[in-house]
Write a protein that binds this ligand. Structure first.
Ligand SMILES: C[S@@+](CC[C@H](N)C(=O)[O-])C[C@H]1O[C@@H](n2cnc3c(N)ncnc32)[C@H](O)[C@@H]1O
Length: 373
C-alpha cells in the first residue's frame, strides 16, 4: 500500500466517529501524560511519554510525541501548499460553501449519527480543569461545550460527575448534532441543556446568562469558522465567561498531515479548506491563536502537540500537528495577555508533515495511536 492509501486508512477510522484506534494499540504505545508542549518551553523541558531519541528506532512503536521537523519536511509542506494554491476552489463555488456550512454539518451528523461519539480519555490528561468541575465539593459550576457535535465533552463529564451543582450546556449550529446529543441516553435535562447556536453570530444565546460560564470548551470548532468570523467568536466567548473563567482549546495546527493531503479544488483561502462533504477546516499557527485570544484573555497555555504516527509494516511516517491552549478571562480590573503570549516560536521545531487527502473529517486526539501494523 502506498503512502496515500495508508493515510486514508488512518483517517477513515476517525471519520467513522472513532478518534483513533487505542483498542488495538499496544500498552507501551499508550499516552499517559500530556504531549502538548508550551511554545516557549526549552527543547529539553520534560513532557510527553514517547520521545524518539534514536531515529533508527522509529518503526519500533506506533506513535512518538514531539516529532522533530527537519528542513526536508518543511520544504515538503511548502511544496504541497504551493500545489494546492494552483487549483483553489473555483471562485463561483466559494460563497456556496460558506452559505451551506450549517447544512453540510447537518448532513454529516445525519450520516454519522452518534458514531461520532468518543469517550476521549485524553481530556482528563490535557484538561484536568474540566474534571475539577465534577468533584463533589466543587460547588455551583457551569460548563459549556461549544460546537459540541455528539457531546464528546458533555457526556464524559455528566457520567463521571459527583457534583450535584454542575450544569453542562452543549451547543452547535448543526441542529442535527443537537438532536444527536438530546437522543443520547445519558442526556438529562435536569443536569444539562443542548441547543442550536452559532458561535460566529452577533450575540450570545438566549439560553444562557452573560458572564455565567466557569469553563468554555472549544475543541476542533474554531477551525470550522470562516476567519472573518473569529472576532465575533472572541466577543461571544468573552461575554459568556465569568471573570476568572477558563476556555480550554484544541484544534488543527499548520501543516498537519490533514492539511497537506488536500487535493485540487479544496482550498477556499489561505489555510482554509472545504472537505469532500462540504465541511470547512482551518489550520492555525500558534501566533494566530495568541493574537486572537491574547487581546481579551490571559494565556495560561499556548502549546503545540506534534505527533509522529508510524505504520510499522509499511514503513510510513505521518506527522500530525495540533494546537492547544488555556485562556482565562481576567478578573474585573485585570488586563489580558501573559508573558507566554509574546513569543510564538516552538523551540527546536520547524513545521511539516507528509501525504495526501481523503477529504474526510479527521477528528484527532492527543492520546490515541494508530493501529499497529
Ligand atoms: C470538527 S467538529 C467537532 C465536534 C466536537 N467539538 C468534537 O470535538 O467532537 C466541529 C463542530 O463544530 C460545529 N460548528 C461549526 N461551525 C460552528 C459555528 N459557527 N457555531 C457553532 N458550532 C459550529 C459543527 O457543527 C461540528 O459539530
Amino acid at each position: 500500500m502506498n503512502t496515500e492509501e495508508e493515510t486514508k486508512h488512518e483517517t477513515s477510522s476517525s471519520s467513522n466517529g472513532v478518534d483513533s484506534t487505542t483498542a488495538n494499540t499496544g500498552e507501551a504505545d499508550k499516552k499517559r501524560e500530556s504531549s502538548s508542549r508550551d511554545v516557549n518551553s526549552p527543547a529539553s523541558a520534560p513532557f510527553g511519554g514517547r520521545i524518539l531519541v534514536d531515529e533508527s528506532a522509529v518503526f519500533e512503536q506506533n506513535a512518538w510525541d514531539h516529532a522533530a521537523w527537519g528542513e526536508e519536511q518543511v520544504q515538503h509542506a511548502q511544496k504541497e501548499i504551493a500545489r494546492q494554491s494552483l487549483n483553489p476552489v473555483p471562485t463561483e463555488l466559494v460563497e456556496m460553501y460558506h452559505a451551506e456550512a450549517a447544512e453540510n454539518w447537518n448532513k454529516f451528523y445525519a450520516k454519522n449519527e452518534n458514531k461520532f461519539f468518543k469517550d476521549r480519555h485524553w481530556l482528563r490528561i490535557e484538561f484536568p480543569e474540566l474534571f475539577q468541575m465534577i468533584e463533589a465539593d466543587a460547588g455551583e459550576k457551569n460548563v459549556m461545550e461549544i460546537g459540541c457535535g455528539a457531546g464528546n465533552t458533555m457526556f464524559p463529564m455528566l457520567i463521571e460527575s459527583k457534583n450535584p451543582k454542575l450544569f453542562v450546556y452543549a451547543c452547535d449550529f448543526s441542529s442535527t448534532a443537537v438532536d444527536v446529543v438530546k437522543n443520547n441516553p445519558e442526556y438529562d435535562a435536569k443536569r444539562g441543556k443542548a441547543f442550536v447556536w452559532d458561535l460566529a453570530g452577533d450575540d450570545i444565546p438566549p439560553e444562557v446568562e452573560p458572564e455565567s460560564m466557569d469553563v468554555l470548551v472549544l475543541i476542533f470548532v474554531l477551525s470550522a469558522l470562516h476567519p472573518d468570523k473569529w472576532e465575533n467568536a472572541m466577543n461571544n466567548l468573552y461575554k459568556l465567561l465569568k471573570p476568572g473563567g477558563l476556555i480550554v482549546f484544541r484544534d488543527y495546527g499548520r501543516y498537519d498531515m490533514a492539511q497537506l493531503r488536500f487535493k485540487k479544488n479544496r482550498l477556499l483561502s489561505d489555510n482554509f479548506y472545504v472537505r469532500g462533504d462540504g465541511t470547512r477546516v482551518y489550520f492555525f499557527e500558534s501566533d494566530e491563536i495568541v493574537k486572537l485570544f491574547g487581546s481579551k484573555f490571559t494565556i495560561e497555555q499556548n502549546a503545540v502537540d506534534r505527533r509522529l504516527i508510524v505504520n510499522r509494516l509499511r514503513k510510513v511516517k505521518m506527522y500530525r500537528v495540533w494546537l492547544q491552549g488555556k485562556f482565562r478571562k481576567p478578573l474585573a480590573g485585570g488586563t489580558p495577555g501573559a508573558p507566554s503570549a509574546t513569543t510564538v516560536v516552538t523551540s527546536g521545531d520547524n513545521e511539516e508533515p507528509d501525504v495526501d487527502v481523503d477529504n474526510s473529517l479527521s477528528l484527532d486526539t492527543p492520546a490515541d495511536s494508530p493501529k499497529p501494523a
